[in-house]
Each structure stands twice: as structure tokens, then as C-alpha cells.
Design a protein around this ligand. Sequence first.
Ligand code: LER
Ligand code: MN
Length: 271
Amino acid sequence: MRLSIVVSTHAAEFQAVALKGDFAAGVAKVANWGYDGVEPAIRDPSLVDAAELEDLVSSLGLVVPAIGTGQAWGEEGLSFTSDDPAVRTAAIQRVRSHVPLAARLDAMVILGLIRGITPEGQSHERSMDFLVEAIRECAALAAETGVRFALEPLNRYETDLVHTVAEGLDLIERVGAENFGLLLDTFHMNIEEPEIEASIRSCGDRIFHFHVADSNRWHPGAGHLDFGSILETLSATGYEGFVSGEFMPLPDADTAAERGIAHLRHLEAKG
Ligand code: LER
Ligand code: MN
């Protein structure tokens, strides 16, 4: 099992990122703890020196499986489903601007909260139409680069759009692009899925990426999720991607990151 962890390239509001602030120092620690990869959360790729990022991760023997984009919503309000066409265009443009970096790192681009929330006065149906259009546009523009997009079903307290794997699979049907799949996150699944393992099975080869946090959004092992069963089910789908830690910096960032990997490696060793 290849493990990575989310590290923000810049200071950020989003709480479930254990490591943020000094990116280089964070990434060095990640390598030291034995993670195989790092998942950078990047608000705006124009603020990142791609060559420097690539050198840093490769010098530490790390891989970048995916790039998070949600801070563009959290900090700037960019959204695929805004009722303002200028905001929708800016959101699509921002996601497109991740593609060269993603291609360079052989990483996928995550579509988390950049899809936004249905604004007051707009129907859910209209938001879904905007969402389908935006994803189709991004997927088509990136098709020849080989870059893939992973949309993350999020729980009902964060958005009204796409909470479950079933809704994610419907969206995949509507978008109809080979380079579009899902990112499953155990924290959200624990809230929204009737049965986590059954939902993982139903998603099969459309699982492009996987986030882990325990039921309380602490590191794996700190809550009541059965990661032995969850990860065994994931592996039985043929998933060969990364399992990426995205959890709260509690009791503190370093302890969370170390305990998270220790718990998952322990389960792996038990088989
Ligand atoms: C991002 O990966 C995530 O899981 C969300 O909770 C962001 O709001
Ligand atoms: Mn997540």
C-alpha cells in the first residue's frame, strides 16, 4: 500500500490538513516518517515554482499522486456552480491552470469544493448542469495530456452537490469522459454511505484516488472506522493508487502524521 499525506503549499484555512505553512520542512518530515508520497494542496499553481516542487519531492524519493484544488473555493470563492458566469469561468480557468503542473508530476487533479454549493435562488438541477459542463470542459482540455480528474463526494454539511458514491457514479455517466473518476474519502463516506465497503465495491475501477481520516477526522486509528476491512475492500477492487492521509493536526500535526502511518502500516503487516 502506497501512502501519502496532504501538505498545503501555503498557509490555509482548511482544518483537516495536518501539515501547512513551511512546505519544504513539511515534505522532508513526510519522507522521514516513511510516507511514499505527498499530496500538495495548491490554491493557485501560479504561486508555485514547478521545478522547485519537482526537485524537492524527487530529492526525497517521494511521488505526487494528486493535487488538491479546494482552497480556490475556500479562500477565493471560485466555484463551478456559481450563478455568476465570471466566477464559473474563473473556476474552470483555475482548474485548467493545474494541468501543466499535474502533467509534469504525473499527478491527477482533485475536484473537491471547487464545485461549490448551490447559491440561493438557483435550482439543484441547474447547479448539476453547470457542474457537468465544467467537468466536461476541463476533461476535454486535459485529455491529450493524460491528466485525470477525481471528483470527491463530500458530506452534506459541506455542500449540497454529490454526497455519495452513487451520485458520483451518476455524474460520471453524465460527463462521459475517460479521464474523470472519483476520489473517495473515508470521513465523508462514514457520514453519507449506507455501508462503506459496499460503496467502495460499487465504485470499482472508477476510484481514482483515496483519502483517509478516521470517523472524527483525526488520523486513522483515532476513531471507530475499521481500516483493515476498508483497505482490504479497496485493494480487492484492483486499486493500485495512493491512500492519502487528510486529517486534523491533532493532538498536533507531527503526532497525527506519525500515528496515522503507524496505524495503517500495522494493519498492512497483520494482512
Ligand atoms: C477535501 O479533500 C475534503 O475532503 C473536503 O472536506 C474539503 O472541504
Ligand atoms: Mn478529502
